[in-house]
Design a protein around this ligand. Sequence first.
Ligand code: GLY
Length: 311
Amino acid sequence: MDKPPPPRPAIIVHAGAWAIPPEEKEVHRLGCLTAVQAGWAVLVEGGKAIDAVRAAVRSMEDDRNLNAGSGSVLTRGGHVELDAGLMNGTTLDCGAVAAVRNRKNPIEAAYEVLKTKYVLMTGFGGMEFLDEHGVPTVDPESLIEERERARLVDALQRDPGDGLDFGHAGVNLPGDTVGAVAIDRIGRIAAGASTGGICGKPPGRMGDTPIPGAGYYADDLAAGAACTGWGEPLLRMGLARRAVDLAREHNAMDATWLALKEFEERFYGRGGVILIGRDGSIGFSFNTPSMATAYMDEELQSPFVGGIAAD
Ligand code: GLY
């Protein structure tokens, strides 16, 4: 087998693939920039990829303009209900939480799960588990942004059903996921994702974001990937795992493009995927009008921010 190239630290983040409205484009750019800077600060200090991913995702969860943590989209009943997961590509350990209503940073809750022998915690027992592991609670109302109450009213008027038919339109999902992938100086890869899901979703509905292989995947021997978009086809396909496996044979950009092509042609999915190969190369692809994204590595003077179409 060829000797792998020496790893180059790098990080890529996204803040959702959808038809980002003109008035929200700048805040999405800024959210990605702030997140990539938070993750890069960990990597330049010699920190671990998983800690860079946590820092980047936490930054986007705390950004009330993005659909993760505070400011997320609302369920049909008007609640914030959050999913998150992350994976350590060295150990292949994963941690995830789903349908969480009273934690500010679900990615940190997922990290607490990752440190145990379990992978995914949800429901009443899952919340007790998080309490036992010291994950602080917050008032659920504190996670709600007025903008999202208005968006929910509009969404329910357009689709009084279960709120998920927006996916068939493909490009107009109100909101979406955030995610990050990083590789550190010694070649450790990590990937993570966090979301409020889809505006108007029924309570208990869960998409790809907390599921390893669907919303995120990392393997030091190949790549790390994180996905965004319509969660049901992402779950059916396992897009993140597919992109990582393609990166065993293809360069980072081609791996994302081939995976996304299959997602569209076979699963009629809309969304995007970001990826870092084991040599630190960057890839990203999306089939929506926009995917807010940013990345940074040692060759860049400052982070690249893009993926948002000009008006
Ligand atoms: N991709 C996020 C979701 O469908 O919940």
